[in-house]
Design a protein around this ligand. Structure first.
Ligand SMILES: [Zn+2]
Length: 232
């Protein structure tokens, strides 16, 4: 056995050669998904343009700088499979792969070249304990590798409000269930342009309330980056 073959066999031991999207074994070394799956992902080009559909979600609601979503999300798609494996089956490598893909789209755009730090949308700590990780943090780590900016994991947290639910009106009750965001370390983001990251954006309500808290800190600017965008 040649040295190259030996290394090849070792890499098969540690990285089973099966596409994470469809299970096919037609996959190149070092790749996570096969060519067919990779071609089925539909990229938006939103990172390069202002006034894109993700930015329009937030316009008039909150003063963000830019917003993007990398891929169009559709039901029963390869992307849905991959997101499921990533979020519920512990396949962090899928998130890291997608994070790097986001990072590559962001560095090609001149709208994101003054980002100082990445912040993952916080999960409830109980949820994070069950899952073992926050999927947004994994995405941030991939983005960070490409953009070379730090990930701030403990700057803002999410906590369930504990006051009694009965006396609240509908909106307040909803806010209680969704939790409130609380900046724990405002110094770390003062006068900085933050990219707030999450996996999927639909109505944007949760990202909006998180961004609102970040914007209360002196001199901050907030942009929003999501892996997938869905209008339904
Ligand atoms: Zn595949």
């Amino acid at each position: 056995m040649t040295a190259t073959n030996l290394i090849h066999s070792f890499s098969h031991l540690f990285f089973p050669h099966i596409c994470s999207g469809c299970g096919s074994d037609l996959i190149n070394d070092g790749q996570l998904i096969c060519l067919q799956c990779s071609e089925s992902l539909s990229t938006t080009q939103f990172a390069a343009h202002q006034n894109n559909p993700v930015e329009k979600i937030f316009r008039g609601r909150i003063g963000i700088t830019n917003a993007m979503g990398l891929l169009y999300f559709t039901k029963d798609s390869v992307l849905q499979n991959l997101l499921h494996e990533f979020k519920y089956r512990g396949k962090k490598e899928i998130g890291f792969y997608f994070g790097k893909m986001m990072g590559n789209a962001l560095i090609k755009s001149n709208l994101y070249n003054n980002i100082d730090a990445l912040i993952p949308l916080p999960l409830f700590s109980s949820k994070e304990k069950i899952r073992g990780y926050n999927q947004a943090t994994v995405l941030c780590e991939g983005v960070s590798e490409i953009m070379n900016v730090p990930v701030l994991k403990n700057t803002i947290i999410r906590a369930i409000a504990t006051e009694t639910q009965t006396r609240k009106n509908r909106i307040e009750r909803w806010q209680n269930i969704e939790g409130k965001f609380e900046v724990k370390d405002s110094k770390s983001i003062q006068n900085k342009h933050i990219l707030l990251i999450d996996d999927v954006v639909t109505t944007g309500a949760t990202l909006e309330s998180c961004a609102m808290e970040l914007l209360r800190v002196e001199g901050t600017k907030v942009s929003i980056g999501t892996l997938a965008y869905t209008s339904t």
